[in-house]
Design a protein around this ligand. Structure first.
Ligand SMILES: [Zn+2]
Length: 158
């Protein structure tokens, strides 16, 4: 896995780091070399979330999120966003392309592996589909997470 992915995994909630590592490794095997998964974003601070929320509202740009600081599962380290890196070079968010010619879209191969480990795909959301996004079932309700105490590293205690 690439450096970006490693760095993002290191910042996730400690409870899911090893699992996400396994998922990435399993996806890279399933995609058989041409495409590899990259985690572009994992943990996001409340301040970073507020900055995203401002886009298209109080700051110029397009709206990219409906979540303010604290209202995204990313703010607790239980969500990741992915893309595929094709032949070590080009980043792709194409969810239908079958780079390894096994008759299953590479993106969907990743969706299935995430699902096996209990991760929900943003592409299945009814109202606002977020195709690059996955979050961990059982840990993906921000309202519940926001009430929990934090450890000295600022990760919520579970
Ligand atoms: Zn996300």
């Amino acid at each position: 896995m690439d450096q970006t992915t490693k760095k993002q995994i290191e910042k996730l909630h400690p409870l899911v780091r090893d699992e996400v590592k396994k998922i990435v490794e399993e996806c890279d095997v399933a995609l058989s070399g041409k495409a590899k998964m990259r985690i572009t974003q994992g943990l996001r601070t409340f301040a970073e979330q507020d900055a995203l929320f401002a886009l298209g509202r109080t700051k110029p740009g397009n709206k990219v999120t409906n979540a303010k600081g604290g209202q995204s599962v990313h703010n607790y380290g239980f969500a990741v966003d992915i893309c595929l890196i094709i032949e070590g070079k080009v980043a792709s968010w194409d969810i239908v392309k079958d780079w390894d010619n096994d008759q299953i879209a590479d993106w969907y191969e990743c969706v299935k592996i995430f699902a096996k480990y209990g991760w929900e795909w943003g592409g299945n959301w009814k109202t606002f589909k977020d195709f690059p996004h996955f979050d961990k079932r059982g840990y993906n309700e921000w309202k519940k997470l926001s009430t929990l105490k934090r450890d000295k590293n600022n990760y919520i205690l579970l």
